[in-house]
Design a protein around this ligand. Sequence first.
Ligand code: NDP
Ligand code: MG
Length: 381
Amino acid sequence: MKSISIFGCTGSIGTQALEILRQNKEQFSFDVFVCNSNTDKALEIVNEFNPEHIFMSDVAASNKLKESLSSGTNVLENISDVIGHLKARHSDIYLSAISSFDCIELTILAAESGNKLLLANKESLVVYGEHLVNISNRSGTKIVPIDSEHYSLMNSLNNIEKNDIDRIFITASGGPFIGQPLNEIANKEPKEALDHPNWSMGDKITIDSATLVNKCFELIEAKYLFDLDPGKLKVLIQPQSIIHSMVELKDGSVEAQMSLPSMIIPLSFGLLGEYSAKAKNNFSLDMFKEDIKLTISDFPKDRDKLIEISKDVMRNGGNRGLIFASINDFAVKKYLQGEIKFGEIYNLIFKHYSEMEKKEILSLEDLKHNQSEILEYLESF
Ligand code: NDP
Ligand code: MG
């Protein structure tokens, strides 16, 4: 039996993981579940899975949960309690699926465990990637990427010598505004931006997909996960979300990894530790039965500046990823609250990324300190 802790248990990734765990309950014991404020869903999950501990970041929500709990699950009061508990007893598997780099200390703790970390939370790699990967390498923690492009790359790179690679392409669906120039989408409403053509995901990543910032985060994610040369990493638009990545070898031949757009495939591999036949039953591409059209086009030129920023993050490290992710977080929250227009997200990133002070991040303390400096700076405008 494997013990598992899930950070972000009520979200889109967390819920899909629970769907797989529900079908394999006898193989798992449930250790610490973490979420923010969704008491109703947390209560449902606790009643069904009976984890030993639950932590909700939102204090009012946590108190409400405590009043309604009838099971033996212990409600942890604060993040230090979560850390204390997980340090005293490691889980075999951790799923990091919180929607921003809040609670990054939990992902770091999982990386220190020497066990298995299913890493959906790409923001933690963007802001702390080099350290997170070094920590995992030192402790022997196996990271399984829970991101369709990186899961597919993991599978390709298992069989390819790095020296034989010329370029690596990560694909983007293009989101709901595919093919539309920046000036035409500047006033798009959140309702439209949240209407993703291929994926059903949490709000933050869905907006990041609409702006294409998600793909820039994914370049950084790929660099750190697989120790790749930033110069070889490219993005292409693949509107059907069937080709997730392509690796071009030196002789011009290209290996593409394909599957239907489903997070159940990488999650099943991560949770069950094998390529799951059940995942195939539900999400077979059935290439020979269906008439599948695959198209590929270039990343939109008017968003090249985003790619330049990700290259700068990958080449120069330090707090650059934190600056990029923090401005984006700040802008997406404001957009979703109706305080700024869609186009303003780009303006805020382009303006402030170059202006903010670049410095080294050597520890979690540095990260937290710089994060509050960046927020203070952003709020002063
Ligand atoms: P959701 O918004 O659906 O879920 C977010 C989860 O994080 C919820 O459980 C939420 O709790 C919890 N959470 C948010 N803030 C906090 C906090 N401060 N403390 C504790 N818990 C918190 O996001 P997704 O599942 O879509 O995405 C999760 C991560 O996975 C992101 O990093 C995303 O980029 C990545 N990812 C997602 C994919 C997808 O298909 N969804 C694909 C690839 C990567 P509550 O519900 O209580 O608010
Ligand atoms: Mg992805």
